[in-house]
Design a protein around this ligand. Structure first.
Ligand code: F0G
Length: 353
Protein backbone atom coordinates (compact mmCIF):
# COMPACT_ATOMS: atom_id res chain seq x y z
CA UNK A 1 0.00 0.00 0.00
CA UNK A 2 1.28 3.42 -0.93
CA UNK A 3 1.96 6.01 1.74
CA UNK A 4 -0.17 9.15 1.73
CA UNK A 5 2.20 11.86 0.51
CA UNK A 6 0.43 15.01 1.73
CA UNK A 7 -1.99 17.20 -0.21
CA UNK A 8 0.54 18.75 -2.61
CA UNK A 9 1.77 15.44 -4.01
CA UNK A 10 -1.67 13.85 -3.94
CA UNK A 11 -3.33 16.72 -5.83
CA UNK A 12 -0.35 18.20 -7.71
CA UNK A 13 -2.18 18.74 -11.06
CA UNK A 14 -4.72 20.95 -9.29
CA UNK A 15 -2.22 23.12 -7.41
CA UNK A 16 0.08 25.99 -8.47
CA UNK A 17 3.35 24.16 -7.88
CA UNK A 18 6.20 23.22 -10.22
CA UNK A 19 9.07 20.77 -9.92
CA UNK A 20 11.08 23.68 -8.48
CA UNK A 21 8.72 24.08 -5.52
CA UNK A 22 10.23 22.56 -2.37
CA UNK A 23 7.39 20.57 -0.81
CA UNK A 24 7.11 21.34 2.89
CA UNK A 25 4.72 18.75 4.26
CA UNK A 26 3.78 17.03 7.48
CA UNK A 27 1.57 14.63 5.47
CA UNK A 28 -1.58 16.65 6.09
CA UNK A 29 -4.92 15.63 4.56
CA UNK A 30 -6.44 12.16 4.13
CA UNK A 31 -8.75 12.90 7.04
CA UNK A 32 -11.67 10.55 7.62
CA UNK A 33 -15.20 11.17 6.43
CA UNK A 34 -17.30 9.57 9.14
CA UNK A 35 -20.95 8.63 8.73
CA UNK A 36 -22.71 10.03 11.81
CA UNK A 37 -25.33 7.28 12.15
CA UNK A 38 -26.68 8.24 15.56
CA UNK A 39 -26.95 11.93 14.76
CA UNK A 40 -28.55 11.18 11.39
CA UNK A 41 -31.14 9.00 13.11
CA UNK A 42 -31.84 11.72 15.66
CA UNK A 43 -32.32 14.33 12.96
CA UNK A 44 -34.75 12.07 11.10
CA UNK A 45 -36.19 13.05 7.72
CA UNK A 46 -33.87 10.61 5.97
CA UNK A 47 -30.88 12.92 6.32
CA UNK A 48 -27.44 11.38 6.04
CA UNK A 49 -24.84 13.36 7.94
CA UNK A 50 -21.13 12.77 7.30
CA UNK A 51 -18.37 14.41 9.31
CA UNK A 52 -15.11 15.49 7.70
CA UNK A 53 -12.93 15.36 10.78
CA UNK A 54 -10.18 17.86 10.10
CA UNK A 55 -9.05 17.68 13.71
CA UNK A 56 -6.95 14.69 12.63
CA UNK A 57 -4.49 16.79 10.64
CA UNK A 58 -0.89 17.04 11.95
CA UNK A 59 -1.49 20.16 14.05
CA UNK A 60 -5.11 19.31 14.75
CA UNK A 61 -6.94 21.54 12.29
CA UNK A 62 -7.72 22.11 8.59
CA UNK A 63 -5.16 24.91 8.51
CA UNK A 64 -2.43 22.38 7.70
CA UNK A 65 -3.80 21.93 4.18
CA UNK A 66 -3.32 25.59 3.41
CA UNK A 67 -0.08 25.89 5.30
CA UNK A 68 1.74 23.18 3.32
CA UNK A 69 1.05 25.27 0.19
CA UNK A 70 1.78 28.68 1.73
CA UNK A 71 5.01 27.48 3.32
CA UNK A 72 6.25 25.63 0.23
CA UNK A 73 5.69 28.72 -1.93
CA UNK A 74 7.22 31.01 0.71
CA UNK A 75 10.38 28.89 0.79
CA UNK A 76 10.42 28.72 -3.02
CA UNK A 77 10.34 32.53 -3.05
CA UNK A 78 13.23 32.73 -0.57
CA UNK A 79 11.25 33.83 2.51
CA UNK A 80 13.11 33.77 5.81
CA UNK A 81 10.28 34.89 8.10
CA UNK A 82 6.55 34.14 7.96
CA UNK A 83 3.93 35.99 9.98
CA UNK A 84 0.23 35.64 10.68
CA UNK A 85 -2.54 36.90 12.92
CA UNK A 86 -4.62 34.12 14.36
CA UNK A 87 -7.33 32.94 16.70
CA UNK A 88 -4.97 30.03 17.37
CA UNK A 89 -5.13 27.40 14.65
CA UNK A 90 -3.48 29.25 11.78
CA UNK A 91 -0.68 30.19 14.18
CA UNK A 92 -0.23 26.57 15.30
CA UNK A 93 0.01 25.43 11.68
CA UNK A 94 2.30 28.29 10.65
CA UNK A 95 4.61 27.63 13.59
CA UNK A 96 4.80 23.90 12.88
CA UNK A 97 5.37 24.18 9.12
CA UNK A 98 7.94 26.99 9.61
CA UNK A 99 9.79 24.76 12.06
CA UNK A 100 9.72 21.92 9.52
CA UNK A 101 10.97 24.28 6.79
CA UNK A 102 13.68 25.70 9.03
CA UNK A 103 12.53 29.31 8.82
CA UNK A 104 11.32 31.81 11.44
CA UNK A 105 7.73 32.48 12.38
CA UNK A 106 6.01 35.26 14.31
CA UNK A 107 2.36 35.00 15.31
CA UNK A 108 -0.02 37.70 16.56
CA UNK A 109 -2.78 36.48 18.82
CA UNK A 110 -5.67 38.32 20.50
CA UNK A 111 -4.58 38.31 24.14
CA UNK A 112 -6.84 36.22 26.37
CA UNK A 113 -8.94 34.82 23.50
CA UNK A 114 -6.83 31.81 22.56
CA UNK A 115 -7.65 28.26 23.64
CA UNK A 116 -4.91 26.79 25.79
CA UNK A 117 -3.87 23.95 23.48
CA UNK A 118 -3.36 26.36 20.58
CA UNK A 119 -1.21 28.70 22.61
CA UNK A 120 0.85 25.71 23.74
CA UNK A 121 1.37 24.68 20.12
CA UNK A 122 2.70 28.03 18.88
CA UNK A 123 5.04 28.20 21.85
CA UNK A 124 6.43 24.68 21.63
CA UNK A 125 6.96 24.87 17.84
CA UNK A 126 9.22 27.82 18.57
CA UNK A 127 7.34 30.75 17.03
CA UNK A 128 7.72 34.28 18.35
CA UNK A 129 4.35 34.64 20.03
CA UNK A 130 2.99 38.14 20.41
CA UNK A 131 -0.28 38.61 22.31
CA UNK A 132 -2.00 41.77 21.14
CA UNK A 133 -4.20 43.54 23.66
CA UNK A 134 -7.12 43.71 21.26
CA UNK A 135 -9.25 41.64 18.90
CA UNK A 136 -8.22 39.29 16.10
CA UNK A 137 -9.28 41.98 13.63
CA UNK A 138 -6.78 44.44 15.16
CA UNK A 139 -4.07 41.78 15.10
CA UNK A 140 -4.80 41.07 11.42
CA UNK A 141 -4.59 44.76 10.53
CA UNK A 142 -1.23 45.09 12.29
CA UNK A 143 0.08 41.98 10.58
CA UNK A 144 -0.84 43.40 7.17
CA UNK A 145 0.87 46.68 7.99
CA UNK A 146 3.98 44.80 9.07
CA UNK A 147 4.00 42.67 5.91
CA UNK A 148 3.55 45.77 3.71
CA UNK A 149 6.64 47.46 5.09
CA UNK A 150 9.02 44.65 6.07
CA UNK A 151 10.57 41.60 4.39
CA UNK A 152 8.20 39.05 5.88
CA UNK A 153 5.70 36.72 4.17
CA UNK A 154 2.14 36.76 5.42
CA UNK A 155 0.43 33.37 5.65
CA UNK A 156 -3.11 34.40 6.54
CA UNK A 157 -5.79 33.54 3.99
CA UNK A 158 -5.02 36.73 2.04
CA UNK A 159 -2.17 34.51 0.86
CA UNK A 160 -3.85 32.79 -2.13
CA UNK A 161 -1.83 29.60 -1.65
CA UNK A 162 -3.67 28.97 1.61
CA UNK A 163 -7.00 28.75 -0.24
CA UNK A 164 -5.42 26.51 -2.89
CA UNK A 165 -4.28 24.02 -0.26
CA UNK A 166 -7.54 24.09 1.67
CA UNK A 167 -9.65 23.30 -1.40
CA UNK A 168 -8.21 19.77 -1.34
CA UNK A 169 -10.65 18.87 1.45
CA UNK A 170 -13.49 19.15 -1.09
CA UNK A 171 -11.53 16.90 -3.47
CA UNK A 172 -11.15 14.27 -0.75
CA UNK A 173 -14.87 14.30 -0.03
CA UNK A 174 -15.75 13.76 -3.69
CA UNK A 175 -13.07 11.08 -4.01
CA UNK A 176 -14.58 9.30 -1.00
CA UNK A 177 -18.30 9.39 -1.78
CA UNK A 178 -18.01 9.48 -5.57
CA UNK A 179 -19.77 12.83 -5.96
CA UNK A 180 -20.31 16.10 -4.12
CA UNK A 181 -22.88 15.90 -1.31
CA UNK A 182 -26.16 17.78 -1.65
CA UNK A 183 -25.21 20.14 1.19
CA UNK A 184 -21.97 21.18 2.81
CA UNK A 185 -22.08 22.78 6.27
CA UNK A 186 -19.08 24.70 7.57
CA UNK A 187 -18.17 27.19 10.32
CA UNK A 188 -17.27 30.67 9.08
CA UNK A 189 -14.70 32.93 10.73
CA UNK A 190 -12.30 34.79 8.49
CA UNK A 191 -14.24 33.06 5.66
CA UNK A 192 -11.28 31.49 3.85
CA UNK A 193 -12.42 27.90 4.26
CA UNK A 194 -15.90 28.27 2.77
CA UNK A 195 -14.19 30.06 -0.13
CA UNK A 196 -11.71 27.20 -0.50
CA UNK A 197 -14.29 24.38 -0.40
CA UNK A 198 -16.45 26.09 -3.00
CA UNK A 199 -13.42 26.55 -5.26
CA UNK A 200 -12.54 22.88 -4.80
CA UNK A 201 -16.04 21.63 -5.54
CA UNK A 202 -16.28 23.83 -8.64
CA UNK A 203 -12.91 22.69 -9.98
CA UNK A 204 -13.76 19.01 -9.52
CA UNK A 205 -17.14 19.59 -11.15
CA UNK A 206 -15.52 21.31 -14.15
CA UNK A 207 -13.10 18.41 -14.51
CA UNK A 208 -16.00 15.95 -14.48
CA UNK A 209 -15.00 14.37 -11.17
CA UNK A 210 -18.31 15.36 -9.55
CA UNK A 211 -21.71 15.38 -11.22
CA UNK A 212 -23.26 17.93 -8.90
CA UNK A 213 -22.36 20.89 -6.70
CA UNK A 214 -23.42 21.19 -3.06
CA UNK A 215 -25.29 24.05 -1.47
CA UNK A 216 -22.77 25.74 0.81
CA UNK A 217 -24.19 26.39 4.27
CA UNK A 218 -21.91 28.59 6.37
CA UNK A 219 -22.48 29.27 10.06
CA UNK A 220 -21.14 32.13 12.15
CA UNK A 221 -21.45 32.49 15.91
CA UNK A 222 -24.34 34.80 16.80
CA UNK A 223 -22.12 37.26 18.72
CA UNK A 224 -19.72 37.59 15.80
CA UNK A 225 -21.78 37.29 12.65
CA UNK A 226 -20.74 40.17 10.40
CA UNK A 227 -21.71 38.46 7.14
CA UNK A 228 -25.16 37.58 8.48
CA UNK A 229 -25.73 41.09 9.81
CA UNK A 230 -24.15 42.80 6.83
CA UNK A 231 -21.92 45.00 8.98
CA UNK A 232 -18.54 44.90 10.69
CA UNK A 233 -18.90 43.75 14.30
CA UNK A 234 -16.56 45.95 16.34
CA UNK A 235 -16.60 43.89 19.52
CA UNK A 236 -17.31 40.28 18.56
CA UNK A 237 -18.05 37.78 21.29
CA UNK A 238 -18.57 34.00 21.39
CA UNK A 239 -17.11 31.12 23.33
CA UNK A 240 -16.16 29.62 19.95
CA UNK A 241 -12.94 31.66 20.03
CA UNK A 242 -11.67 30.27 16.71
CA UNK A 243 -14.42 32.16 14.85
CA UNK A 244 -14.54 35.27 17.04
CA UNK A 245 -14.00 37.59 14.08
CA UNK A 246 -15.85 40.81 13.31
CA UNK A 247 -14.44 41.75 9.91
CA UNK A 248 -13.55 38.65 7.87
CA UNK A 249 -10.90 38.97 5.18
CA UNK A 250 -12.73 36.73 2.67
CA UNK A 251 -16.15 38.31 3.23
CA UNK A 252 -16.96 38.86 -0.45
CA UNK A 253 -15.84 35.43 -1.65
CA UNK A 254 -17.87 33.78 1.14
CA UNK A 255 -20.95 35.63 -0.08
CA UNK A 256 -20.14 34.50 -3.61
CA UNK A 257 -19.90 30.86 -2.45
CA UNK A 258 -23.27 31.22 -0.72
CA UNK A 259 -24.98 32.86 -3.70
CA UNK A 260 -23.49 30.78 -6.52
CA UNK A 261 -24.30 27.56 -4.66
CA UNK A 262 -27.78 28.78 -3.63
CA UNK A 263 -26.83 28.14 -0.02
CA UNK A 264 -27.01 30.15 3.18
CA UNK A 265 -24.78 31.88 5.72
CA UNK A 266 -26.55 32.12 9.05
CA UNK A 267 -25.84 32.51 12.75
CA UNK A 268 -25.99 29.93 15.54
CA UNK A 269 -25.98 30.83 19.22
CA UNK A 270 -23.33 29.72 21.68
CA UNK A 271 -25.91 27.43 23.31
CA UNK A 272 -26.65 25.76 19.97
CA UNK A 273 -22.90 25.37 19.35
CA UNK A 274 -22.38 23.75 22.75
CA UNK A 275 -25.31 21.39 22.25
CA UNK A 276 -23.85 20.19 18.93
CA UNK A 277 -20.35 20.00 20.48
CA UNK A 278 -21.60 17.67 23.20
CA UNK A 279 -23.73 15.63 20.79
CA UNK A 280 -20.75 14.94 18.55
CA UNK A 281 -18.75 13.62 21.48
CA UNK A 282 -21.50 11.71 23.26
CA UNK A 283 -23.37 10.30 20.24
CA UNK A 284 -20.53 9.74 17.78
CA UNK A 285 -17.33 9.62 19.85
CA UNK A 286 -15.91 12.60 18.00
CA UNK A 287 -14.29 15.37 20.00
CA UNK A 288 -13.98 18.60 18.06
CA UNK A 289 -13.43 22.13 19.28
CA UNK A 290 -16.47 24.35 19.92
CA UNK A 291 -16.15 26.45 16.73
CA UNK A 292 -16.15 23.26 14.65
CA UNK A 293 -19.52 22.25 16.05
CA UNK A 294 -21.07 25.37 14.50
CA UNK A 295 -21.49 23.31 11.32
CA UNK A 296 -23.66 20.66 12.99
CA UNK A 297 -25.43 23.31 15.09
CA UNK A 298 -26.42 24.99 11.84
CA UNK A 299 -27.65 21.71 10.35
CA UNK A 300 -29.82 21.05 13.42
CA UNK A 301 -31.24 24.57 13.19
CA UNK A 302 -31.93 24.38 9.45
CA UNK A 303 -33.46 20.91 9.79
CA UNK A 304 -35.96 22.28 12.32
CA UNK A 305 -36.86 24.92 9.73
CA UNK A 306 -37.36 22.14 7.12
CA UNK A 307 -34.65 23.65 4.92
CA UNK A 308 -33.41 20.32 3.58
CA UNK A 309 -35.52 19.22 0.65
CA UNK A 310 -36.94 15.84 -0.24
CA UNK A 311 -34.95 13.08 -1.85
CA UNK A 312 -31.46 11.86 -1.15
CA UNK A 313 -29.85 14.37 1.13
CA UNK A 314 -26.25 13.87 2.11
CA UNK A 315 -24.86 16.59 4.30
CA UNK A 316 -21.14 16.86 4.97
CA UNK A 317 -20.21 18.86 8.06
CA UNK A 318 -16.62 19.99 8.32
CA UNK A 319 -15.32 19.59 11.86
CA UNK A 320 -12.47 22.05 11.56
CA UNK A 321 -10.38 21.43 14.67
CA UNK A 322 -9.68 18.89 17.41
CA UNK A 323 -11.36 19.09 20.81
CA UNK A 324 -8.09 18.78 22.68
CA UNK A 325 -7.23 22.27 21.48
CA UNK A 326 -9.65 23.65 24.06
CA UNK A 327 -9.64 21.30 27.05
CA UNK A 328 -10.97 23.99 29.39
CA UNK A 329 -14.28 24.13 27.52
CA UNK A 330 -14.71 20.36 27.55
CA UNK A 331 -14.23 20.22 31.31
CA UNK A 332 -16.46 23.25 31.86
CA UNK A 333 -19.43 21.69 30.04
CA UNK A 334 -18.95 18.19 31.41
CA UNK A 335 -18.79 18.65 35.16
CA UNK A 336 -16.18 17.23 37.50
CA UNK A 337 -15.13 13.59 37.88
CA UNK A 338 -16.38 11.72 40.94
CA UNK A 339 -13.55 11.65 43.47
CA UNK A 340 -13.71 8.59 45.73
CA UNK A 341 -11.63 6.89 48.39
CA UNK A 342 -9.69 3.89 47.02
CA UNK A 343 -12.39 1.44 48.12
CA UNK A 344 -14.65 -0.82 46.04
CA UNK A 345 -17.76 0.10 48.05
CA UNK A 346 -17.33 3.73 47.15
CA UNK A 347 -16.86 2.92 43.47
CA UNK A 348 -19.94 0.68 43.41
CA UNK A 349 -21.98 3.44 45.02
CA UNK A 350 -20.96 5.90 42.29
CA UNK A 351 -21.66 3.35 39.56
CA UNK A 352 -24.97 2.43 41.22
CA UNK A 353 -24.10 -1.26 40.89
N1 F0G B 1 -12.95 26.50 12.74
C1 F0G B 1 -11.76 26.61 13.34
C2 F0G B 1 -11.39 25.58 14.34
C3 F0G B 1 -10.91 27.70 13.01
O1 F0G B 1 -9.73 27.79 13.62
C4 F0G B 1 -11.33 28.65 12.08
C5 F0G B 1 -10.49 29.80 11.76
C6 F0G B 1 -12.57 28.47 11.46
C7 F0G B 1 -13.35 27.38 11.81
C8 F0G B 1 -13.09 29.38 10.43
O2 F0G B 1 -12.40 29.26 9.23
O3 F0G B 1 -11.52 31.55 9.07
O4 F0G B 1 -11.52 30.03 7.12
O5 F0G B 1 -13.64 30.97 7.99
N2 F0G B 1 -9.44 30.09 12.35
C9 F0G B 1 -8.51 31.16 11.97
C10 F0G B 1 -7.25 31.07 12.81
C11 F0G B 1 -9.12 32.50 11.93
O6 F0G B 1 -6.58 32.10 13.00
O7 F0G B 1 -6.91 29.98 13.26
P1 F0G B 1 -12.26 30.52 8.28
Amino acid sequence: MAYWKGVIEEYRPYLPVTEKTPVITLKEGDTPLIHARNISRKLGNGLEVHLKFEGLNPTGSFKDRGMTMAMSKAVEDGAKVVVCASTGNTSAAAAAYAAHAGISCAVFLPHGSIALGKLAQSLIYGAKVIAIEGSFDKALKLTRELADKHPVTMVNSNNPYRIEGQKTAAFEIVDTIGDAPEYHAIPVGNAGNITAYWKGYKEYHQKGKARQLPRMCGFQAAGSAPIVEGRVVEDPHTLATAIKIGNPFSWKSAEAARDESKGVIEAVTDDQILEAYQMLAALEGIFCEPASAASLAGVIKKNKEKYFTEGKRRIVCTLTGHGLKDPDRAVAVSGKPAVVKPEMDEILKVLKL
